[in-house]
Design a protein around this ligand. Structure first.
Ligand SMILES: NC(=O)c1ccc[n+]([C@@H]2O[C@H](COP(=O)([O-])OP(=O)(O)OC[C@H]3O[C@@H](n4cnc5c(N)ncnc54)[C@H](O)[C@@H]3O)[C@@H](O)[C@H]2O)c1
Length: 378
């Protein structure tokens, strides 16, 4: 599926009228055509003279939207005509993308001024050409964002998830980017399954260069409500799982002459108490951070770099997707964040491409904080 982004500039002296019109129609438009996403950038455009307005849509959604305006909706037609009266001549620009999936299920409020992913494809293209990457938990959310960014960068992907149908769906979508993608179902907390998973990746894709330990679970509740069985499960998935995956991936990556391991930790692994009820999750992610430095030391002599990414709030299926974006809590979170928005799986994907690629050839043992500056002000 292709994606389209349009931007246009609004005449400085028509700005107030234009903004009022946009705001008045945004809500109704979203209800009628939820696949088309608007983002009104309320600040001035780069040249300081006018506002920049952006419209994001998948190609098909955009086509349907335009056809509907032309055919059916006189009121909307009138509004669009008046929008264009407010625009600078020749300021209309269009970008087309190989995939509209960076839009995901997200739904962007004008106040969340979201500027992610615009040129993901062109910036990272080819950086991982010829590499084979195994990404755990890649059926949705951050893992899928990482797998997509890797595939866009030229890597072959072994797409692992606990849920087979999620892995298959992701592999089908990523396969459209032109790289070999294989779906595999495994529970990364189970040693035999991890062993079988790594062997299958090597057998089916010819070797292994990059491991991304992304799969994780995040139950939050007060300590007195946690059972010790739940504690064991979180530790088994979030800490033992990455350790097992690294243990079995290591000889394979070494066989290729080196490579990279990336652990998806969390700001909660640095700052316990980032969210209430995180006693177990925070501890598991703190452990993952330590595993990162230990393995960086141990595997460095084998030319295997081991780094972590510690995301802040990222809009994924696991954190509520569109429900999260539409919540008051998300609006407040974005307002409190220096970059004034939440994160998206594409943000994690691009950071992972950097850490996996030769751009980071002298980087090991670090945890890259990816939170829009949220923890910088703590
Ligand atoms: N979303 C955030 O705000 C955020 C912030 C910081 C860190 N993280 C970390 O990013 C990672 C992904 O989070 P997400 O928000 O994308 O979650 P998500 O729930 O949307 O996706 C996680 C995927 O991992 C899979 N999975 C779970 N347990 C597994 C297991 N035992 N074996 C194999 N696959 C398994 C799930 O089936 C799911 O498809 C997690 O490690 C999480 O702790 C997320």
């Amino acid at each position: 599926m292709f994606g389209v982004i349009h931007t246009w500039k609004v005449k400085a002296d028509r700005r107030a009228e234009h903004d009022a019109l946009m705001k008045a129609t945004l809500k109704a438009e979203r209800e009628r055509c939820p696949e088309v996403l608007f983002n009104v950038t309320l600040g001035p455009a780069a040249d300081g003279t006018c506002a920049e307005v952006q419209l994001y849509a998948s190609e098909t959604a955009h086509q349907r939207f335009t056809e509907r305006i032309q055919r059916e909706d006189a009121e909307l037609q009138r509004l669009w005509a008046s929008y264009s009266e407010h625009c600078e001549a020749d300021s209309f620009r269009t970008w087309r993308f190989e995939s509209a999936d960076f839009l995901g299920e997200s739904f962007v409020r004008p106040s969340l001024s979201w500027g992610g992913a615009r040129d993901t494809v062109s910036r990272s293209e080819g950086k991982l050409r010829g590499k084979v990457a195994l990404v755990t938990g890649a059926g949705q959310g951050n893992g899928r964002g990482i797998a997509r960014a890797f595939a866009e960068s030229g890597a072959s992907i072994f797409v692992v998830d606990l849920h087979r149908e999620r892995a298959e769906d992701a592999a089908r979508e990523l396969g459209e980017l032109g790289q070999p993608c294989v779906a595999w179902a495994a529970d990364i907390s189970q040693e035999e399954q991890v062993q079988a998973m790594v062997s299958a990746a090597v057998r089916q894709l010819g070797g292994l260069d990059i491991l991304v330990n992304n799969a994780g679970i995040f139950p939050f509740k007060p300590i007195e409500q946690f059972t010790s069985a739940e504690f064991d499960r979180v530790m088994a998935v979030n800490l033992k799982g990455p350790w097992l995956c690294a243990k079995y991936a290591f000889p394979e990556i070494r066989r290729r002459g080196g490579g990279a391991i990336i652990n998806i930790s969390s700001v909660s692994g640095h700052h316990g108490g980032a969210a209430p009820g995180g006693s177990v999750y925070d501890s598991s992610k703190g452990g993952l951070r330590q595993l990162t430095t230990s393995l960086a030391t141990e595997l460095g002599p084998h030319r295997i770099r081991v780094n972590a990414i510690a995301p802040g709030v990222i809009v994924t299926e696991g954190t509520g997707g569109r429900r999260l974006l539409e919540s008051e809590a998300a609006r407040k979170d974005a307002e409190r964040t220096p970059l004034r928005r939440l994160g998206f799986p594409d943000d994690v994907g691009r950071a992972a491409v950097f850490l996996a690629s030769d751009d980071a050839s002298f980087v090991t043992g670090i945890t890259l904080i990816l939170d829009g500056g949220a923890t910088a002000q703590w």
